[in-house]
Design a protein around this ligand. Sequence first.
Ligand SMILES: [Zn+2]
Length: 473
Amino acid sequence: MAGVALALLGWSQIARAAGDLMIRNARLLDGTGAAARDGVSIAIREGRITAIGPDLPEAVGGPVLDAGGRTVLPGLIDAHVHFAAAPGGAFRGDSPATRRELNRRHLRAYLASGITTVLEPGSPEATVREIEQMIAEGAPAPRYLTTGPMITVPGGYPGTDLHGPVKSPEDVRQKLALIQSLNGVGVKIAVESLGGLAPYPPDILEAILSGARERGLPVYAHATAPQDQATALGYGVRAIMHSPMGGHWMGQFLPPPDLSEEYVQRMAKSGAYQQTTFSILDAWPNHYDTARLADPSVRLVVPELELETARNPEATRYFFSQLIGAQAGWTPEFLRPYIARLLFRKTNLDEGLEYSQRNVAKLYRAGVPIVAATDAPSIWPLAMYNFHGPQLAREVELLGAAGLPPDAALAAVTRVPASMLSLDAEIGTVEVGKRADLLIVDGDPQKDLRALRNVRWTVHDGVAHTPAEWING
Ligand SMILES: [Zn+2]
């Protein structure tokens, strides 16, 4: 296996192991838009790509990985994940120790699924510190980026005090300082008018937007309803963190009208990125096909504890009972499963997903940069199927099914999120000078996006392992 050396990364104070490696006999799809090339060698020194060219007859020494003609792609980026709760965590009543151990496994699951960078937007301070400490202690992990706690107000989204809500412009300044002390790469706000949540008072909103601007922190907006996305766009945000969803995930029947041409053009001009998060609806109980639990890409990387919960019908009942309880606490317990069955029928969830896919495709055609992201595990701690790792390949497939060409769907998990994160000089494509974050798969993802499930090796900072090695090694 690859030799190991310590290297200090430009955007992080965390030292990590970086490898020397020669990959031979690769079919390189470098992610720049260039056509795939066969018979390619990639030389890596201390975690960085130093040369790419036709295979030489013999390797120049050092560790060698023969890709066997398989396709090499840039390592994937999931630009929307959460570690504050594990899938099914509320049903099991995970202790903090259990959650920590599961997160250790989730970090490995990302690597085993070909994901070499994750962004956790809006995370409680304690969660960020826990993850950063694990990585500092040498836990195998993808590049971990965060925006620290979401800036929210009392009674605002997400409806809990988890993020420490701000009550004054002075509180906002302290929160921004905290985000910077956590190496935050941006600021997460929530623009959410569904569910009767409190909006930002004008002085607080102004303090957030001007404070973020002064500190050079891009603003990432949670917004799901089209009218809220239009409002967020007016704030000059870097990205809208969910596809337009209508109210299907809240149990509403009537989708809003499709995005107007005026809005689509306005978004294209703004330069803002659109995240997909189709997985929220795709992995919703009553929509998720539990046969997918047997998919090898799921079985290998998802912790057994989470698979057990996912197979347990009691967990689904609990999910709906809690969800209805949260939205309409006056509903008698015994009625909740019936209400849930009525509101969250599969056809309603299908419609919601199609609405999101159709409108994201519309944004894509207008030139809006699209970023595929899962929001795993989403609606935490209740949700139980939006698994860390394998769900990202599914997200890309759903983007392809929405009508994006395969190259655009692949760019949405590589080059485009790298540019959203201002890391395009470091990651996102396979080019000399960039970090050696690579994915080697069976099959041709340009012909069939499902090839992303067939990970043979993930190379992170020049260190190559098979999925089983990333999970168990
Ligand atoms: Zn989220």
